[in-house]
Ligand binder design. Structure first.
Ligand code: ADP
Length: 441
């Protein structure tokens, strides 16, 4: 019990006693006690009324200093009020600092509420998305940015990546949208102008494509002469036989490189998803395995397990390049006597292509970089086997255009397994396909 409370109990007792004495003098001691306590209650009611007034207008009403229990209550309230004011000031400073820093951001920032309604946006958000203040506060973002790619991204709830779509106010401006969920149901939409970097990408891609294209014609001429010279390297050309053979091999390598660069440029230029031709994958794979067998000249043992009738919706040349590149790599990086196993099947998740070899394998540190252009674990080995260093890049791009994903598992000295997964909506079963998967060896 606090001293103030003890004091109050004492005061109440004293008032009651005084009432008892005065009332006793007049022969009405009970009435005296009642009056003494009633006076005491009145005093409390007065302080309660003061407190009530203070609550309704804390800035206008000043609290008295009555001492006792009410003095303590008033003092605690005033302290609490002071602390709250300080906290409010600090929060206001943080908010205005946050707003000033996000105002300075070149990226648009839009705070969205639980229903996707706009709560706040910065200047870049205003210029990139054309948002108006205050009219657009409370508007749902999906009503203002109506591009299908953004709508699908926004409603998917899967915000692990970002999506690209033109600005709603200027279709020439390409924006990258990223949603970051936070708090309970709130989201931060970050918008970035990527027009310049896309333009640079296009310039670089066009340059590589044009340079490759321009190089092709003079190289064809050179190759033609070298073919002729190597076919008839007798007489005065006899001492040049070895250099001519080497020059021809190098010209062939350059041709392969240019062909791969052009293939990659075409895949990149055609940013949309590949069109939906029905591809007879079992036939394509059987052919690809036969070609690989011919190249291997009996050095490897090929096994295939190809489910008949599992067809794919996609583009012939692109899907073919996925299969041939991966099967050719298995041959190139598997020493003689090794086994190469090719599989094609479908299940409830989609269609899957898998090449497993018992070759040299790839270390964990190289695995993440394999699909980079010109990335080779062993440059010498790759060159010696006619590799361009672009095969897996082509596979990656062709797969992306078919909404596919590649998984690579490998162990050095044991072998590698490349698996390509295609989504279910790109799979089509041939009508006659009822037979179980066949095993061709
Ligand atoms: P390359 O033309 O050099 O084969 P790729 O892009 O096809 O280029 O492959 C990149 C690199 O990945 C290769 O140089 C090789 O080091 C490695 N690689 C690809 N496939 C395999 C495989 N089946 N086994 C081992 N290493 C492989």
């Amino acid at each position: 019990m606090t001293p103030a409370l003890q004091q109050e109990i004492f005061k109440a007792g004293l008032r009651g006693l005084l009432g008892l004495l005065i009332g006793g003098l007049f022969g009405h001691w009970l009435l005296g006690v009642g009056m003494g306590l009633a006076l005491y209650l009145l005093m409390h009611l007065r302080y309660l009324a003061v407190l009530r007034n203070w609550f309704s207008a804390p800035k206008l009403v000043e609290l008295p200093e009555p001492g006792g229990i009410w003095g303590e209550v008033y003092e605690s309230l005033l302290n609490l009020q002071k602390r709250n004011r300080k906290r409010k000031k600090r929060l206001a400073a943080i908010v205005s600092e946050f707003q000033a820093s996000t105002e300075a951001l070149p990226d648009g920032a839009v705070v969205l509420g639980e229903r996707g309604e706009i709560v706040w946006f910065n200047t870049a958000g205003r210029t990139l998305l054309g948002l108006r203040s205050p009219q657009d506060f409370g508007q749902r973002i999906a009503n203002l940015v109506r591009h299908p790619a953004f709508t699908a991204y926004f409603t998917s709830g899967d915000y692990g990546s970002e999506v690209e779509a033109p600005s709603p106010i200027n279709t020439a401006v390409l924006l990258s949208y990223r949603i970051i969920p936070y708090g309970s149901g709130q989201r931060l939409l970050v918008v970035r102008d990527i027009s310049d970097s896309r333009r640079l990408d296009t310039i670089r891609r066009d340059f590589v494509a044009n340079a490759s294209h321009e190089l092709r014609t003079p190289l064809t001429v050179l190759r033609g002469y070298l073919d002729m010279m190597s076919a008839d390297a007798s007489g005065p050309l006899k001492p040049w036989r070895a250099p001519i053979v080497e020059m021809r091999a190098q010209a062939q390598r350059m041709e392969a490189l240019i062909a791969d660069l052009l293939k990659l440029a075409r895949l990149e230029a055609d940013g949309q998803q590949a069109r939906l031709d029905v591809l007879d994958v079992p036939a394509m794979l059987t052919r690809a395995v036969e070609d690989a067998k011919a190249v291997s000249q009996g050095q490897h043992c090929f096994e295939s397990d190809i489910a008949p009738g599992v067809q794919l919706l996609g583009r012939d040349v692109e899907v073919q390049s996925i299969f041939t590149n991966l099967i050719a790599n298995a041959g190139q990086y598997t020493p003689a006597g090794g086994v190469i196993r090719v599989r094609w099947w479908a299940d409830t998740e989609g269609a899957h292509f898998n090449v497993a070899d018992t070759g040299i394998g790839i270390s964990d540190k190289d695995l993440p970089r394999l699909t980079e252009r010109f990335y080779r674990v062993d440059v010498g080995r790759s060159r010696a086997s006619g590799g361009t260093g672009l095969g897996l890049s082509i596979v990656k791009h062709a797969l992306e255009r078919h909404e596919g994903r590649m998984k690579i598992e490998s162990e050095v000295g044991v072998g590698s397994t490349f698996t390509c997964n295609f989504p279910l909506h790109r799979v089509q079963m041939a009508v006659a396909a009822v037979a179980p998967p066949t095993a061709l060896v």
